[in-house]
Design a protein around this ligand. Structure first.
Ligand SMILES: C[S@@+](CC[C@H](N)C(=O)[O-])C[C@H]1O[C@@H](n2cnc3c(N)ncnc32)[C@H](O)[C@@H]1O
Length: 131
C-alpha cells in the first residue's frame, strides 16, 4: 500500500472520515510528512484531539501501536511502538470536518494531497444502494 511513488519529505496524507480512530494511520506515518485528519462529527474530532494532545480520558491506543509495530511490522525494541505513537501525534497537523455529500467535502480548504486514505466511510454515508 505505501510505496515510493511520492517524496516522504513532502507528502501529505488525508484521512477522510476517520471517525474517532487513528488505527489506520499507524503504518502510514513513516512514509509521509504531514497528515490532515478529517471526521464527520464534532464528537469524533474531539476524541482524536484528546488523543493527539494526551488529554485525560483520551482513548489508549497503545495495544494497537504494539500490535502493528511489533507484530505486523516486526520492529522490535522497547520504544518502537511508543516512538511511532509520538510520530503520529506530531504528524497530524490538523483535525477538520468532512462531509462527503458536499461539493467540497472538507471543512477547511486544503492544498493537494498525495495520498487519501478512507475506511468504511463512504458505505456509512450512503443511505440507499442507489444514492
Ligand atoms: C464505520 S465508521 C468508520 C470510521 C473510520 N473510518 C474507521 O475505519 O474506523 C463510519 C464513519 O462515516 C462517517 N460518516 C457518516 N456520514 C458521513 C458523511 N456524509 N461524510 C463523511 N463521513 C461520514 C461517520 O461519522 C463515521 O465516522
Amino acid at each position: 500500500m505505501y510505496n515510493s511513488k511520492w517524496d516522504i519529505n513532502t507528502a501529505r496524507l488525508l484521512e477522510f472520515g476517520g471517525g474517532p480512530s487513528i488505527a489506520g494511520l499507524i503504518s502510514a506515518v513513516p512514509y509521509v510528512n504531514e497528515i490532515i485528519f478529517s471526521a464527520h462529527t464534532e464528537g469524533e474530532r474531539k476524541e482524536v484531539e484528546q488523543w493527539k494532545f494526551e488529554k485525560d480520558g483520551a482513548h489508549n491506543w497503545a495495544d494497537h501501536f504494539k500490535f502493528v509495530v511489533n507484530e505486523l511490522e516486526n520492529i522490535t525494541g522497547d520504544t518502537a511502538w511508543f516512538d511511532r505513537e509520538k510520530m503520529l501525534r506530531q504528524c497530524i497537523t490538523a483535525i477538520i470536518g468532512c462531509d462527503i455529500v458536499q461539493d467540497y467535502p472538507l471543512s477547511i480548504k486544503q492544498d493537494p494531497f498525495q495520498i487519501i486514505y478512507t475506511s468504511l466511510c463512504l458505505e456509512a454515508a450512503c443511505k440507499t444502494y442507489t444514492e
